[in-house]
Unconditional design. Sequence first.
Length: 136
Amino acid sequence: MQIGIVAKRIGLSVDAIRFYERNALLPRAPRTQGGFRQYGENDVETLAFIRRAQGLGFKLSEVRGLLNLRGTRLQPCAPVRRRLEEKLADVRRKLAELQKLEHELRLALRSCNKELRKRPAHCPILREPGKSKLGE
């Protein structure tokens, strides 16, 4: 299969496939005499796996590790489980940070709304750091 067909089949861009090749996530495809890359079913499966792993939030370096595990004969589940647990913990940490940010933004918005009720409104967010009423 040529790269355009593979790209459509997997839902990736041609550039993404080339990027994965350059970064050794996908083996370099053999070329036809005309110079076109030629991909097989294994390549399609690997690309689909990369896409799924990235969809789960894995970075390219982490995907590379998963691909190495996938390439082993035993394909042990324990290391994958450990990586999934780490990723889940990371997502939970980020969610907590986002919830904290949401709370801070709500406080800032409340402060702005309070100030807007006054006639000559002075934005509390734009005040000098020592004089800000942010978080009131």
